[in-house]
Ligand binder design. Structure first.
Ligand code: FES
Length: 125
């Protein structure tokens, strides 16, 4: 069983291979949504961008970005802003299938400090 480490909540959870990351985090009592987004979200369809996580290790053990996730990262204003400076580690947890061990941070802060604000918001991948 793959192990998911939630760094900023100091929790390790075992999840079945092939499981949806958002569902497994919530099953284990880990809130992926900030504030009122826990009540108002797209229920895992990749449209709202509120279930963002930073993948610190094991990105290769998660499914590749879905077309909905790529669309969200390119056109949803809040996801685009959140990706600045975190282009390679930002994922939508509802669009991730767990295939092996990984370490993540839930509810990551947005970096609007300005030093990376004008960088290209999304990598060419
Ligand atoms: S739940 Fe809306 S994008 Fe993941």
């Amino acid at each position: 069983m793959p192990k998911v480490t939630v760094i900023n909540q100091k929790k390790d959870i075992d999840v079945p291979a092939g499981a949806n990351l958002r569902e497994e985090l919530r099953k284990h009592g880990i809130e992926v949504y900030p504030g009122t987004a826990r009540y108002v979200n797209c229920f895992g369809h990749g449209a709202c961008g509120t279930c963002k996580i930073h993948v610190k290790q094991g990105m290769e053990n998660l499914s590749p970005r879905s077309w909905m996730e790529k669309l969200n990262m390119r056109f949803h204003p809040l996801t685009m802003l959140a990706a600045i400076g975190h282009e390679d580690e930002l994922r939508l947890s509802c669009q991730c299938t767990v295939r092996g061990d990984c370490s993540v941070e839930v509810q990551p802060e947005m970096n609007l400090s300005g030093d990376t604000f004008w960088q290209k918001p999304y990598p060419n991948k």
